[in-house]
Ligand binder design. Structure first.
Ligand SMILES: [Zn+2]
Ligand SMILES: [Zn+2]
Length: 366
């Protein structure tokens, strides 16, 4: 539609034409479960016919140099103009965009450092499970693969990898100059899905699961980042986890996040053979109590199973068919934990066996 202005001809876009010509890019790519922002950006770029290395020019200023680990940097900071560009052109919600990035993650102190090439034994920035990639219809990288505390895949039971099996390079998918999917090594073209399985013992995987559950519990309460305790250098738990190589006696000077996946796996294997006294030390009785419960049960999943069984036993003892089945879930458990933090139980109840058996109920006042 044309509009004639007072000083000449002005041309505008009519409402109907604007409906036809959308601002959306041709192909919309839906984020997958627990997908990392940089992984989604890779899939978005090649789906729309742009090589990942050139996609920075599409995203505009603030997206980075377009070389090296530039999308991995966006995981951590995601500048407002880049976020606005993605919201406008992809139709993804702001909530999903924030969920994919690690900008506000409570887990930041445990992230692997951004480096794609590390000496043998040193960490790279991202891990992967070959079996997960092989099962994906659209192979993608998960957020948890950025964490130093993960060494295996909970779904497949095998060890994670952090390098190409063929050439030894770390993941560098954002450097891809062709329209190639991210499960192909940028340096040599090896298909990461073909890497053989790595064995991890059951005890090491159990320790890994307990550490993750304890971290999740303490992330909810703000203890993981140290914001609750005012410790800007990382919480005592994060500091203990970073010291694991020294505690295991394998690498006295390296933090956990500085080691390769295979070196961290050796630490977990070593630590799983001895009692976790390093995890149950501390002067906060409530926190220590919960950590002991999780370690004894082998994780919150098993702990919840035990609690539900105990509640069901109580129901049978009451022998009242009209009563509804009591239920317990993790959110309720965490809420009770928060209550305990706000209003600590009396010192004489903190580690009393009956208090432990009663679980997360609120301590009596006074
Ligand atoms: Zn897997
Ligand atoms: Zn390679």
């Amino acid at each position: 539609m044309t509009v004639t202005g007072g000083r000449g001809l002005e041309i505008g876009i009519g409402a109907h034409y604007r409906d036809v010509v959308s601002q959306r890019w041709p192909v919309i790519v839906a984020p997958q479960s627990e997908e990392l922002l940089s992984s989604w950006l890779h899939r978005l770029a090649i789906a729309n016919g742009v090589a990942p290395r050139d996609f920075a020019r599409v995203l505009g200023p603030g997206s980075g140099p377009g070389s090296g680990l530039w999308t991995a940097s966006l995981d951590l900071r995601l500048p407002a103009p880049v976020a606005a560009c993605l919201l406008t052109h992809t139709g993804v919600s702001r909530q999903k965009l924030v969920a994919m990035s690690l900008k506000r993650s409570a887990w930041r102190p445990l992230l692997l450092p951004l480096r794609s090439r590390g000496r043998r034994g040193r960490s790279t920035w991202l891990q992967y499970c070959p079996c997960c990639l092989a099962e994906d219809a659209q192979p993608y990288f998960r957020r948890r693969w950025r964490l130093a505390t993960w060494i295996s895949c909970p779904d497949h039971g095998c060890g994670l990898r952090d390098r190409c099996r063929s050439c030894g390079s770390g993941i560098a998918a954002s450097d891809q100059p062709d329209l190639a999917p991210q499960h192909l090594c940028v340096r040599c073209g090896f298909d990461l899905r073909r890497a053989p399985k790595v064995a991890v013992s059951t005890s090491a995987r159990r320790l890994e699961r307990c550490i993750d559950d304890i971290c999740r519990l303490e992330a909810v309460t703000g203890r993981l980042t140290g914001t609750l305790t005012g410790n800007l250098g990382g919480s005592p738990l994060v500091q203990s986890l970073q010291r694991l190589p020294a505690i295991a006696g394998l690498a006295p000077t390296s933090p956990l996040s500085g080691l390769s996946t295979s070196a961290r796996r050796r630490c977990f294997e070593q630590l799983a053979r001895t009692p976790c006294t390093w995890l149950t030390a501390g002067d906060d009785g409530v926190v220590v109590h919960w950590r002991r419960l999780i370690l004894a049960a082998g994780g919150t999943g098993a702990l919840m199973g035990q609690l539900v069984k105990a509640l069901e036993r109580g129901r049978h003892l009451q022998a009242s068919p009209s009563r509804s089945v009591p239920k317990a879930d993790l959110p309720a458990l965490l809420a009770a934990y928060l209550d305990l933090k706000v209003q600590p139980p009396r010192p004489d109840l903190r580690l009393h066996p009956l208090a432990a058996r009663a679980g997360p109920s609120r301590a009596p006042d006074g």
